[in-house]
Design a protein around this ligand. Sequence first.
Ligand SMILES: O=C(O)C(=O)C[C@]1(C(=O)O)C=C[C@@H](O)C=C1
Length: 367
Amino acid sequence: MNTLKMKDWGLGLGKHVVIAEPCSVETEKQIDDLCNSFEREPQIGMFRGGIWKPRTRPGNFEGLGEEALPWLQKVKSRLHIPVCVEVANTSHVEAALKHDIDVLWIGARTTVNPFSVQEIADSLRGVDIPVMVKNPINPDLALWVGALERMYDVGINKLAAIHRGFADPYDKIYRNKPNWNLAMQLKLELPEIEIINDPSHISGKSEMVQAVSQRALNFGMDGLMIETHPNPAEAWSDARQQLNPEQLLTLLKEISFRERIDFENQIPENLKEMRDSIDHIDQKLIDLLSDRFHLIDKVGAYKKAHELSVYQGGRWKDVLESRVKLGTEKDMSEKFMKNLLIAIHDESIKRQEKQIANKDIEPLTII
Ligand SMILES: O=C(O)C(=O)C[C@]1(C(=O)O)C=C[C@@H](O)C=C1
């Protein structure tokens, strides 16, 4: 994809984009109050207001709709920063364009549905407006990439992604569990697409927003979208996760926007040396793993000849426990050691099953 980075969208966005926003636009006064707080804050690069709010069940506040759009125009003239809104259908797009909204974004509940995404994309054919695409609710990279591709295919070349976390009914910590690996995979697949992180929807509680923001920046995310309200306790939606302007400004002072080293010729000499050593160690690790799997194949041949079962619970328990102990003694976490060993053991089982059955079988996870 030949897309433009946010700094080249012609909207005065800097290197790290901070989008401050009330979850929902509620009253003209609320917007005025936020403008007063952010008037002299150059760090706020964009303003977001929720106008149409998707709600799981009817009866909750679903946004003010079109009547709130003129208030966002006022934000533009007061703060001189671009404004963005979520659009979920073609009438939203039409209203947003009519009111000079600068940037649109597609929400997680829309990204999951390629029909909706395509309809929105079709309504944007020939329109020069940046679009940001939130990850779908479920951790499906193809859906996320697909939504970006649908936008690109109708001629939108100002594109960004937003990582807002993924629904996980078993997780007790986050509202939407972050999946940093998946976000990194998006970067690998579409290196030109920048990713904004939405720590508010990930954490679901204001006291976690700073830690999640820092984590996102550590992972090389290109900006933050943080829900902000003059008085979060009184917010009509998502009261628990919004910061007040003062909290937002403190957060922005305290977090560290880390530099990224993207190009070979920028790498300082001592870092290059350390990376060369890492390359060497990785090579040795791979050689050792390959030696281990050759032995696994020999054990597999033995099991086949003697009709022994592939999975050997007692041996596996010993291997797991002893290696986890060795690893933790060398300062590696128990969780990491377990994950590593489970991955290795899965692969051993898969190779031996294949040997015995002589066909490809999906790997199992056996603990
Ligand atoms: O010891 C064996 O029987 C093996 O095949 C090796 C191995 C391993 O990867 O360490 C693999 C499968 C068994 O469940 C136990 C251990």
